[in-house]
Write a protein that binds this ligand. Structure first.
Ligand code: GRF
Length: 206
C-alpha cells in the first residue's frame, strides 16, 4: 500500500529529509503529504517547501491541553488523508487522541538503543552513563514515552573523545538509514505486530 505520510516536526528535519529523499528515489512506496510543525522557525518547514510538500504550523501554546492540540492535528491529517504519521524530531508528547485516530500507524525515531536512555538528551545520557555502544531506535508509538514496540535499531560505537555533538551526528547517520527502511517495510506490508513484538517478514505478502 502506497503510504500517505504526515511528518510532525519541531527542528532541523534531517530525518524528514531522509524520508523525502527515499520517497523521491522510490525506496519508500509513498509520499509525504503534509509536514506539520509546532514551531514556526523549524528548518524542517524549509525542507518541505523545497520538496513541494504542504506545510502547517500549529503552536501547541495556543491550545488548552495536549488533547486539544492533538485533536486539531488529527483534523489536519485527516484533511490530507494521511495514513501514516512519523514523529520526525517532534518534541511534544502525543496523546491517545492522536494514537487512537492512527492505530499502529504512528512511528517515532529516538536517538538511543531503547529501552536505555528514553526521554530527552538521550545522547548526553549515554555519554554520562559511560556507554560504549549507543544507537537509535525506530518504534511504533504507544502511550508511554519512547516505550512502544521496536521496529528497527542500529548501533554505533562511543569513543572516549566523543562530545554530545559528535555522538549525535554518528547516531543521526544511522537514523537516516533505518527510518526510511522501516517505512519501506510498512509500505510493503512486511511489519507483523504480535503484542509488543514486531516481526519483519522476509518477503512482501502476496
Ligand atoms: C533526532 O535525533 C531524533 O531521533 C530525535 O530528534 C532528532 C531530530 O533530528 N527524536 P532532525 O530534526 O530529524 O534533524
Amino acid at each position: 500500500m502506497s503510504l500517505r505520510i504526515a511528518a510532525l516536526v519541531s527542528g532541523s528535519g534531517s530525518n524528514l529529509q531522509a524520508i523525502l529523499d527515499a520517497c523521491a528515489q522510490g525506496r519508500i512506496d509513498g509520499e509525504v503529504v503534509l509536514v506539520l510543525s509546532n514551531r514556526t522557525d523549524a528548518f524542517a518547514l524549509e525542507r518541505a517547501r523545497r520538496a513541494g510538500v504542504p506545510t502547517e504550523v500549529l503552536d501547541h501554546k495556543n491550545f488548552a491541553s495536549r488533547e486539544a492540540f492533538d485533536s486539531e492535528i488529527v483534523d489536519r491529517l485527516r484533511t490530507v488523508r494521511a495514513d501514516t504519521v512519523v514523529l520526525a524530531g517532534f518534541m511534544r508528547i502525543v496523546t491517545p487522541v492522536l494514537l487512537s485516530a492512527f492505530t499502529d500507524r504512528v512511528i517515532n525515531v529516538h536517538p538511543s538503543l531503547l529501552p536505555s536512555f528514553a526521554g530527552t538528551h538521550a545522547q548526553a545520557q549515554a555519554l554520562a552513563y559511560g556507554a560504549k555502544i549507543a544507537g537509535c531506535t525506530v518504534h511504533f508509538v504507544d502511550e508511554g514515552v519512547d516505550s512502544g514496540p521496536i521496529i528497527a535499531q542500529a548501533a554505533v560505537d562511543v569513543f572516549d573523545t566523543d562530545t554530545e555533538e559528535s555522538l549525535r551526528d554518528r547516531i543521526l547517520r544511522e537514523e537516516h538509514r533505518i527510518l526510511p527502511l522501516a517505512l519501506s517495510w510498512l509500505a510493503e506490508g512486511r511489519l507483523l505486530r504480535e503484542g509488543r513484538l514486531v516481526r519483519v517478514s522476509k518477503s512482501k505478502p502476496k
